[in-house]
Design a protein around this ligand. Structure first.
Ligand SMILES: C[S@@+](CC[C@H](N)C(=O)[O-])C[C@H]1O[C@@H](n2cnc3c(N)ncnc32)[C@H](O)[C@@H]1O
Length: 256
């Protein structure tokens, strides 16, 4: 390779490394945001995401919640399950009930209209990830499938009480909207305002997150032993190692 080609090759490589670093920083930031959100909201509500795509934000949300659960159970789930004290019983009960709701067309972006027409990069069908691949990723990263309930379809069709109510949808404490288009985000927000009062909590390259006060909230966590806010520095985040996974039939709308 000639010297100038070598220089260009190295410059290109450095540029790619820099971009990778930026992506990792954005992902770490997303993990921290979710963790903070769960510390504020507690573990007694559900998580809902609009624009679930390949599941990466949802996986991050799951591990952020699980990490707080680990801390509350002293890191020893077996002991907590066999000899639960009062706090452990509440935590286990909340954790068992917690669900992660995934809304996506699983066919990519819808046809755009209005202000979204200008968004050249989000043309109809881009960011396509089928529900099979979504669930494959969920399994690959060790998230139990029975924690995830998927509502496939364009929001204009899937966001109806009739569609979600058979699957125990509700009690949403953290809402993550990451669907890139104005019309899509508006549909999601309009729908969710009948389930919770939403407060914007963060905006990043990974979408907008909202802390939500469910209008059908069960119990206040502070009343039954689990503090809603856990203070202290945030320890570093560790996620399960991905394991091999084969595509199999998707479990959509499953609330097992
Ligand atoms: C950028 S991706 C989301 C990334 C994802 N949150 C993650 O963590 O990797 C945007 C997603 O929004 C979905 N989407 C956008 N508008 C939609 C609509 N109106 N109905 C259903 N899905 C929509 C697309 O299918 C796509 O999967």
């Amino acid at each position: 390779m000639q010297d100038e080609n070598k220089d260009a090759w190295i410059a290109n490589l450095l540029h790619r490394i820099e971009r990778l670093e930026q992506r990792f920083t954005a992902f770490e930031e997303r993990d921290r945001i979710f963790e903070k959100a769960f510390r504020v909201i507690g573990l007694h509500t559900n998580y809902a995401e609009f624009g679930a795509y390949k599941g990466h934000s949802m996986i991050s949300a799951y591990y952020s919640a699980k990490k707080i659960c680990d801390e509350l159970l002293g890191g020893d789930w077996n002991h907590a399950f066999t000899n639960p004290d009062e706090t452990a019983s509440v935590v286990i009960n909340h954790w068992k009930q917690m669900r992660f709701f995934a809304f996506d067309s699983f066919q990519g972006m819808p046809a755009t209209s209005g202000p979204d027409k200008e968004m050249e990069i989000f043309k109809e069908g881009t960011y396509r990830c089928g529900s099979e691949e979504f669930f494959c990723n969920i399994r690959k990263y060790g998230v139990p499938e029975n924690k995830v309930v998927a509502f496939p379809g364009f929001f204009s069709q899937s966001c109806t009480a009739q569609n979600v109510s058979p699957h125990n949808f509700g009690n949403v404490g953290i809402l993550h909207i990451d669907c890139d288009l104005y019309e899509s985000a508006k549909t999601a927000l309009d729908f969710m305002t009948s389930y919770c009062v939403v407060t914007p909590s963060s905006y990043s390259t990974s979408g907008i997150s909202f802390l939500a006060t469910p209008t059908t909230a069960n119990k206040e966590p502070s009343q039954n032993g689990v503090p809603p806010i856990l203070s202290g520095p945030l320890p570093s985040f560790k996620r399960g190692r991905p394991s091999a996974c084969r595509l199999s039939s998707p479990s959509v709308n499953s609330s097992r």
